[in-house]
Design a protein around this ligand. Structure first.
Ligand code: 0RA
Length: 631
């Protein structure tokens, strides 16, 4: 008799999932932490689809003791009935057939085209094992697979109340470079999902660490904006909220002006963070500029020869969330986070324009605050342009006029050159003597540079320390910043291991984050790691870089050890500074990344903002935020 489970159909299925195991990167992007997290998002996205359809309002996620992940939802439950043509339960096909999703169209806003939306079958293929419990029609069903192959076929295991799906999977250590989940990364994503889907309550816990979170935001993206602005000074009490729909495209926008200077607009398409922007953002920017200019002109706000407000003026100080839902998104770009659908630009533009004009007319007080804010920005921009022209003419920003305090290196190839930005003149002296002058330049900074968060570009450019830095780096600042012009591909911030050192480091990072972002994006910014202690016994000396290490070393060295605590770089002589902090053979550098602009902005805001307590907390807890990198 022919084995019914081994026919042409099942061979195809096997081949499909084998392909996923063979080239996982094609389906989930990579097999590192990112890819690992992706498969969690994939499962959760399926539950979110049920939320968007209005069938589900609870999702509970846990990282279990054994390292597996469980996602529980109270949606309709994956269908269990036999699919006519195939004579197999739908749930089995959803789990074992690539792109089976199309066969059970849920008519929701799918996450296709990006790295998500590959389907549960991909998660299944990349799991050592995966189990599904479905509650449907007052029954509980169970199914188990191992590495994509059904090992326990669908069976009814008892009665059940309500409906829903529970998926538990163990990521396959044969596939993933790491199977260690980062709680905070996952939690951040689930929090975003809860903001974007206000009907959902999402809980998250990690059994081993005891960490847990509960996310539910009645206000949706309005609350998202309020949260982003919580440490800022708001110019109007409530975020402006608009929503509209056309051609099956749903557009939602929440925005609020602050007294800051940064523009913080985040966009999402079908809950995916479109960090690279795209057609929806183009449409939004066009609508904002048009609506604000229309209102300003109609109501005689523009005076003194000012002709119009630029897009930058209109967006200065704005925090906004744009969330759109579209049936067939096309994602493009380096990280597949740029929306490509050309029809979206016009739709977002016209919907936002129409609703914003309506809002401004109905809320003249808020309208006038927003317009005045943009006018101020336009005036300051004009002043900044004049100041910049002036400094340009004087040659301050030209590489010909390098600052006198800079001890440059002899190497001319930026890729081989580094610059140490050193706190204080005395440490600067040690660094100059200790360095390898062939490829290491030193720029000492005196005292604390300007508090850049509170100052505009024109004021910042007047600060001598900042000018020295900009000139030395050669990459310019603000909209003109160009990392390809940088004179060094390693810009290393070297500060004391005390509170002042932490402060000046943050000031520098703020400057880079706000005005020289391309330098961070290019991976050119680093933080030096000077030792905290020197442990000595007889003529044996060991440098120690953190407290945990100190305990171990003290234990190893035994009795009668000498312990010196380094508070400042100045306490080391040039040779020690070279050996511990500057020699590429032995030093450790931390590379500064802006993984998550949203988070970084929040950090800087708290640090530089008016409130003291969150600032103190921040300094204590975020000191190690940057990635560890051995070079
Ligand atoms: C296919 C069709 C239907 C629901 C689902 C899949 C579904 C999948 C997942 C994955 C996790 N949770 C889920 N919940 C539902 C529609 C079912 C119907 O029409 O009743």
């Amino acid at each position: 008799m022919e084995d019914a489970s081994y026919n042409a159909e099942s061979i195809q299925v096997l081949e499909g999932l084998q392909a996923v195991r063979k080239r996982p990167g094609m389906y989930i992007g990579s097999t590192d932490t990112r890819g690992l997290h992706h498969i969690v998002y994939e499962v959760v996205d399926n539950s979110i689809d049920e939320v968007m359809g209005g069938f589900c309002n609870h999702i509970d996620i846990s990282i279990n003791q054994d390292g597996s992940v469980t996602v529980v939802d109270n949606g309709r439950g994956i269908p269990t009935g036999l699919v006519p043509k195939y004579e197999r339960p739908a749930v089995e096909m959803v789990l074992t057939v690539l792109h089976a999703g199309g066969k059970f169209d849920r008519k929701s806003y799918k996450v296709s085209g990006g790295l998500h939306g590959v389907g549960l079958s991909v998660v299944n293929a990349l799991s050592e094992w995966l189990e599904v419990h479905v509650h449907r029609d007052n029954k509980e069903y169970f199914l188990r697979c191992e590495r994509g192959i059904v090992t326990v076929p669908l069976r009814e295991i008892g009665p059940a109340e309500g409906s829903g799906t529970t998926v538990t999977f163990m990521p396959d250590s044969e596939i993933f470079e790491t199977t260690q989940f980062e709680y905070d990364t996952l939690a951040e994503k689930f929090k975003d999902l809860a903001y974007l889907n206000k009907t959902a309550t999402i809980t998250f816990k990690e059994v081993n660490s005891g960490k847990q979170d509960h996310f539910h935001f009645e206000g949706g993206i309005v609350e998202f904006v309020e949260d982003l602005n919580r440490n800022k000074t708001k110019l109007h009490e409530k975020p402006i909220y608009l929503t509209s729909e056309k051609d099956s495209i749903i557009v939602e926008l929440a925005m609020q002006y602050t007294d800051g200077y940064a523009e913080n607009i985040y966009s999402f398409v079908n809950n995916i963070n479109t960090a690279e922007g795209g057609t929806h953002m183009v449409g939004l920017r066009s609508a904002l500029t048009r609506a604000m200019n229309d209102y300003a002109k109609t109501n005689n706000f523009l005076k003194g020869g000012m002709e119009s407000l630029s897009g930058d003026d209109v967006r200065e100080g704005m925090t906004a969330i744009l969330s759109i839902k579209i049936p067939e998104p096309q994602f493009e770009g380096q990280t597949k986070t740029k929306l490509g659908n050309s029809e979206v630009k016009g739709i977002v533009d016209s919907l936002v324009f129409e609703k914003l004009v309506e809002f401004l007319l109905e809320n003249p007080k808020v309208a006038s605050v927003c317009i005045e804010r943009a006018i101020l920005a336009a005036q300051a921009r004009e002043a900044a342009r004049k100041a910049r022209d002036l400094t340009r003419r004087k040659g301050v920003l030209e590489s010909a006029a390098l600052p006198g305090k800079l001890a440059d290196c002899s190497e001319r190839d930026p890729a081989k050159s580094e610059i140490y930005i050193v706190e204080g003149n005395s440490a600067g002296g040690s660094a100059k003597m200790g360095r390898n002058r062939e490829f290491q330049a030193i720029l000492p900074l005196r005292g604390k540079i300007l508090n850049v968060e509170k100052a505009r570009l024109d004021k910042i450019l007047k600060n001598q320390e900042v000018r020295n830095l900009i000139t030395a780096l050669g990459a310019n600042i603000g909209p003109d910043c160009d990392a390809t012009k940088a004179r060094y591909h390693r810009v290393i911030i070297m500060t004391d291991a005390d509170v002042d050192g932490a402060h000046i480091r943050t000031l520098l990072l703020t400057l880079f984050y706000r005005y020289m972002r391309p330098m961070i994006d290019s991976g050119f910014i680093y933080i030096a790691q000077p030792p905290l202690f020197k442990v000595s016994r007889g003529n044996k000396e060991v440098y120690v870089y953190d407290d945990a290490e100190l305990a171990v070393i003290m234990e190893q060295m035994g009795r009668n050890v000498g312990l010196q605590r380094y508070k400042g770089l100045g306490e080391m002589n040039p040779k020690q500074l070279w050996e511990t902090t500057m020699d590429p053979e032995t030093r450790t550098l931390k590379r500064v990344t802006v993984e998550d602009a949203m988070k970084a902005d929040e950090m800087f805001t708290v640090l530089m903002g008016d409130e003291v307590e969150p600032r103190r907390e921040f300094i204590m807890s975020h000191a190690d935020e940057v990635e560890n990198l051995d070079i």
